[in-house]
Design a protein around this ligand. Structure first.
Ligand SMILES: [Zn+2]
Length: 175
């Protein structure tokens, strides 16, 4: 892959030389600490799996790399090139808490962070003023990178918890 050192505004997916943990670092720091085992890693000698200016792409690349570990490297590269990103894998790594654990500054995701499916559903129900499920799904999927499946699951869970109610006419109302 790219052999020149990353610029300050680029993100690299790196692997820990000790425990093999995958994490994302910004720019080209001299050393970086492994979020899992605490090993001090010399950035220059680390294997960079992917370098990009697009933070989302770095997150996706890390997710795909994790997903591909059980499979093969070629498939991972092909997926990346094709831009075929697994929404479930992406969801797993856009979580704020997860980024914190990785040692990334969660503040950098604040502006464009994807809300959790339940939050998106609750917001949508309030914004749309008692929408139908289809209206709600259209509204959210047009704005957030959440899948219909995730949202339907969240709607079910919120109904079970009693946070939202589905009226006989099919509209949803928050309680
Ligand atoms: Zn490690």
């Amino acid at each position: 892959m790219n052999r020149t050192p990353p610029d300050a505004d680029e993100y690299s997916v790196i692997g820990c030389s000790d425990c093999d943990n995958l994490q994302i670092v910004q720019g080209a720091p001299k050393t970086t600490e492994c979020a899992r085992c605490g090993e001090q890693l010399t950035f220059k000698t680390l294997k960079k799996f992917y370098t990009t200016k697009d933070k989302e792409a770095a997150i996706n690349a890390r997710a795909l790399k994790l997903a591909a570990r059980a499979g093969n490297e070629e498939q991972f590269k092909q997926l990346l090139e094709a831009g075929a990103l697994d929404p479930d894998a992406v969801r797993a790594v856009t979580d704020k808490e997860y980024l914190e654990k990785l040692g990334m500054d969660p503040a950098i995701t604040d502006d464009e962070g994807t809300p959790s499916p339940p939050d998106a559903v609750m917001d949508g129900v309030e914004t749309l003023n008692d929408p139908t499920v289809d209206q709600l799904l259209d509204h959210i999927t047009a704005r957030e990178s959440l899948s219909e499946e995730q949202l339907r699951e969240a709607i079910d869970r919120l109904q079970q918890r009693g946070d939202i109610i589905k009226r006989p006419d099919g509209t949803l109302v928050s309680v």
